[in-house]
Design a protein. Structure first.
Length: 181
């Protein structure tokens, strides 16, 4: 298997919220998320966030965060954006002590009925190497397995910490919209 076909890291964490699935709209939450709320969702890792569009009009979420020791600038473009499922894809810039590289990150935000008027939110993040990343490893004499292990540890830790905050933020947005009706 070629390195580019391999997974660099992958994690998925879930958190249940006291909101019925019918009231949840992950796409609306993500593309209207105030930067201050994003920052609160993973202190001190989350640094900045904003929304824009691709040249072809797809919605984007731009996120800046620390994952482990790397400063990551994510350029997430929406591949699918519905109330219960959002799939974002980014060629993310990673700034490390050894310099700048890039990884491909797929971020999936999933809402499922958990029963009893509750919703289970799952935050799934999968990172794959890019050609730029493979060249970076070779240039610095870093084995893919070592890079993958470090990324897995840092990415999982970050995802584990931000997931419940994202879920509760989604719940607050849903409750506020329901109260306004």
């Amino acid at each position: 298997m070629k390195i580019l076909d391999q997974i660099l890291s992958q994690s998925a964490y879930s958190h249940e919220i006291d909101v019925p699935l019918a009231q949840v709209d992950i796409a609306d939450w993500l593309f209207t998320l105030p930067e201050a709320e994003y920052l609160r969702c993973c202190v001190p890792d989350h640094i900045a966030a904003g929304t824009t569009t691709t040249d072809d009009g797809r919605r984007m979420s731009i996120n800046v965060e620390m994952i482990g020791t790397g400063l990551v600038v994510q350029h997430y473009a929406a591949e699918e954006a519905t109330p219960s499922y959002v799939r974002m894809n980014s060629i993310s810039d990673v700034f490390t002590a050894n310099g700048r590289t890039q990884v491909n990150v797929v971020w999936e935000l999933i809402a499922e009925d958990a029963g009893d008027g509750r919703t289970r939110y799952t935050n799934r993040v999968t990172a794959r190497p890019t050609d730029v990343f493979v060249a970076f490893l070779a240039e610095h004499g870093i084995a893919f397995a070592d890079a993958a292990e470090a990324r897995q540890l840092a990415g999982s830790d970050h995802n584990r910490r931000e997931t419940p905050f994202f879920a509760e933020s989604i719940a607050r947005r849903a409750q506020a919209k329901a109260a306004a009706l």
